[in-house]
Design a protein around this ligand. Structure first.
Ligand code: ADP
Ligand code: MG
Length: 235
């Protein structure tokens, strides 16, 4: 049993089919995918302590199986610069989130520099089996449906060709004087996700949304995983 199996069987014991951000990111970290690890803060004091360890600025987020789109309900607060801001944000977020889920937890994570946001995902199609998905974030994916799909497993070369095949790829390759972003790092994440799903098919869906891409490197700032339901019945 590897570390990933351990996290998945923990989820099985807790009867949770959807891995929250903190657990999904542990799976990614174990798979060699760069993420902002989120640390659980049981109270505002602990949040301030964690922020000090992580280093300012930090991000505060709500963690609950009942909250899928955190920013829609005030569950994401970016760029907190000091202890006073963390404390204030903690109280406000907790009050709002508790109205949705009394058992909600708040987490603290590092604030990543702005870059180009992309979406990397894996879904299991009932006919084709596991499929990789890549798109540029926000309106490019949602409004323009500029996404690329490929059957799992993919090679690193397949991953690069997925990226450049999207119409919005120039945002990564350098558009109108913008710097070229680290496509190799994005391809590496795509390939590692493909390997993860290949070796752990009980993960039937994985959403890395977004992955922030810089001139050097790319990092997953939000993640969610869905596990196969009968995975529990089997176990
Ligand atoms: P949700 O998708 O549940 O609303 P996210 O965790 O994706 O919440 O956060 C919303 C947005 O906030 C992201 O799309 C991203 O632009 C930004 N964001 C989230 N986490 C970070 C982070 N650690 N560093 C920088 N920006 C972040
Ligand atoms: Mg998100």
């Amino acid at each position: 049993m590897d570390d990933i199996d351990a996290i998945l069987s923990c989820a099985r014991e807790a009867q949770c089919q959807c891995l929250p951000e903190s657990e999904a990111k542990k799976v990614l970290e174990t798979s060699g995918i760069p993420t902002t690890v989120c640390l659980e803060a049981i109270n505002a004091e602990k949040a301030v302590e964690l922020a000090g360890q992580i280093g300012y600025p930090v991000v505060l987020k709500a963690l609950s199986p009942k909250i899928v789109h955190k920013s829609d309900v005030g569950g994401v607060k970016l760029g907190l610069r000091n202890a006073a801001e963390v404390e204030a944000a903690y109280q406000t977020m907790l009050t709002r989130a508790k109205a949705i889920d009394p058992d909600v937890l708040l987490t603290v994570q590092e604030m990543v520099e702005p870059g180009v946001e992309v979406i990397i995902g894996a879904v299991t199609d009932p006919h084709f089996g596991p499929v990789m998905m890549f798109g540029l974030g926000g309106i490019f994916t949602e409004l323009l449906e500029d996404v690329c799909f490929r059957l799992i497993p993919i090679s690193r070369q397949d991953a690069e060709s997925m990226i450049v095949s999207t119409k919005s790829a120039p945002l990564l390759t350098g558009y109108r004087g913008q710097s070229r972003k680290d496509i190799t790092a994005v391809a590496d994440i795509l390939w590692r996700v493909s390997e993860l799903i290949k070796t752990h098919p009980e993960i039937i869906q994985l959403d890395l949304n977004p992955v922030i891409v810089h001139e050097k490197g790319a990092v997953v700032v939000d993640a969610r995983a869905v596990l196969l339901a009968n995975h529990y019945e089997d176990g």
